[in-house]
Design a protein around this ligand. Structure first.
Ligand code: FAD
Length: 499
């Protein structure tokens, strides 16, 4: 839990600047750190530090780096309109932030809190260094609806079950209303000494050049606060009606697609929450009822729940919550993994999802569950392999959401779907993509295949099958399921340490 912050020291000159350190909050509105800096009346320096080594093996993946590039450019332009500059530095934040604060003669450094294990460790260390140097460090809540330590069981422990956590979270009250963007930022003159550490956004080399594989990402997305606001309003004014029923349909534009905006903080979860609530109460979301609203709010809740689980147990980044899974006899077959990554498994819904991911950096939630179940169960590959691939290819890759959802699907996590619940990709596809629209869009080889067999092309008339250049299934569904259940049963039968 963050400590109560000190008051600024009295001997600090009135024109000593405040540094706003942007991280996962690339926005001007509902940004408490920025609002605090502006309200202080001191000149403001805006800083972003790209720290490629920060998360070590959990460093930002390639697709998320592409998003970050666009997000920084948008923030730079938005700040310029306010009369301020986004200073961008590259290197170890632990060393850079205190040094840059000293060079600027800063009175205060402010930021919005992050909750992942390494982020917390870094921020705690920086806070201590700044304090030692007589610089105030002040942090704010902005990235979640409910901070992890605010929702606890009666005994003061972290919740392990979503429904109980959600009930307690709701009972603690509505999230605070979002703050408006400041009208103007009184920017400080850039310290001369910062020239040595600051670089242009281009110098971060976040976008792929040779080869430039990001064409599909550019077609699908435009990062930035204004675009996020548009996506949010488009959704709450239209898409939210029917959300509870249609959100599982990858063939329909039925979800908000706000996950990368929330990941990089172009909008805050509080803004998403209050916009959805206002749309219901104001009657703007055609046909939307309480059920749609509640479902959407609870999905935002899942995001917070993942954050709170990782906050309580940082080791879940790479360790199974259910330790009996440490003995799981994963096959980890390299050829299977490669077929899965390339969308060439012979199961159309799996391949469609993996190709959508590769092309656009995003995949529908239902399809994420199907492909994750297929990898960990039918192919018996360790969930950490799938998690790593998602981390590299998702524009919304988020350490808490990714790790917790992978563990959930693989059956080894908190509040997990039981391992024996193995998704059948054909039945799932028939249920959630009934006309095959989604599959045909991402697997164009199947465009001419009749709907009756588009989700199981091996059942087509041989004459049609012969014309379709699409791989045969890499695993037999019944056989793969039986193999997974046998492996899992071996775990349940084995004596446990706590038995
Ligand atoms: C194996 C697996 C890995 C995942 N990895 C990530 C990840 O790295 N980053 C990420 O943001 N989401 C992840 N998710 C969760 C979910 O798939 C996406 O958040 C969702 O598909 C985003 O689409 P949307 O914005 O249209 O969602 P909507 O349905 O519009 O939901 C609104 C918001 O709620 C949050 N949300 C919805 N479902 C979940 C969930 N299950 N867990 C956590 N938050 C949720 C997201 O922030 C989302 O933007 C993963 C899910 C699975 C099954």
């Amino acid at each position: 839990m963050p400590s109560v912050d000190d008051a600024p020291s009295a001997d600090m000159p009135a024109d000593a600047p405040v540094i706003v350190w942007f991280r996962n909050d690339l926005r001007l509105s509902d940004n408490p750190a920025l609002s605090h800096a502006v309200a202080s009346g001191r000149p403001v320096l805006c800083l972003f530090v790209h720290d490629p080594q920060h998360a070590r093996e959990h460093a930002l993946g390639a697709a998320a780096q592409w998003w970050l590039d666009g997000g920084l450019r948008a923030l730079h332009a938005d700040l310029a309109r306010m009369g301020a500059v986004l200073h961008v530095a590259c290197g170890d934040a632990l060393a850079l932030v205190p040094r840059m604060a000293a060079q600027a003669g800063a009175a205060e450094v402010v930021w919005n809190r992050r909750y992942d294990p390494l982020g917390r460790e870094t921020d705690t260390a920086i806070k201590a260094t700044l304090k030692h140097a007589g610089v105030i460090a002040h942090s704010f809540a902005a990235g979640v609806l409910y901070e992890p330590w605010t929702v606890r069981t009666r005994a003061g422990d972290a919740f392990r079950v979503f429904t109980a956590w959600w009930r307690a979270a709701r009972a603690s009250g509505e999230p605070l209303p979002p703050l408006p963007a400041p009208g103007h930022v009184h920017a400080a003159v850039s310290p001369g000494a910062w020239e040595g550490c600051c670089v242009g956004i281009d110098a971060l080399r976040l976008v792929p050049v040779s080869p430039d594989w990001a064409g599909g990402l550019r077609e699908a997305w435009q990062p930035g606060e204004a675009q996020a606001r548009d996506r949010l309003h488009h959704f709450v004014d239209g898409g939210l009606g029917g959300y509870a029923d249609a959100r599982d349909r990858p063939d329909l534009p039925a979800t908000s697609r706000l996950s990368p905006d929330l990941r990089f903080g172009h909008i805050s979860p509080r803004q998403a929450w209050h916009a959805a609530v206002a749309a219901v109460r104001g009657g703007a979301a055609g046909g939307m009822g309480e059920q749609d609203l509640e479902k959407f709010l609870s999905e935002l809740g899942w995001r917070d729940f993942a954050v709170s689980l990782l906050y309580a147990q940082p080791e879940l980044v790479s360790c199974n919550f259910r330790t009996e899974f440490d003995a799981m006899p994963w096959r980890n077959d390299a050829r299977d993994l490669c077929a899965w990554q390339q969308g060439r498994t012979g199961y159309p819904i799996v391949d469609a999802g993996m190709r959508q991911l590769w092309r656009t950096g995003w995949m529908h939630n239902r399809v994420r569950m199907i492909v994750a179940s297929f990898l960990t169960k039918h192919l018996l590959c360790d969930w950490r392999m799938g998690e790593a691939w998602f981390r590299d290819t998702l524009v919304d890759a988020d350490i808490a959401s990714n790790v917790i959802n992978w563990q959930w699907v693989a059956g080894c996590g908190v509040d997990a779907a039981p391992y024996f619940r193995v998704f059948n990709p054909v039945l799932q596809a028939r249920r959630f993509d009934p006309d095959g629209t989604y599959v045909r869009r991402w697997v164009p080889e199947l465009a001419g295949v009749p709907t009756s067999c588009v989700h199981a092309p091996w059942t087509c008339d041989p004459a049609i099958r012969a014309r379709v250049a699409y791989p045969s299934p890499i695993v037999d569904l019944q056989g793969g399921r039986a193999r997974a259940l046998a492996a899992w049963k071996g775990l349940s039968d084995a004596p446990h340490e706590d038995a």
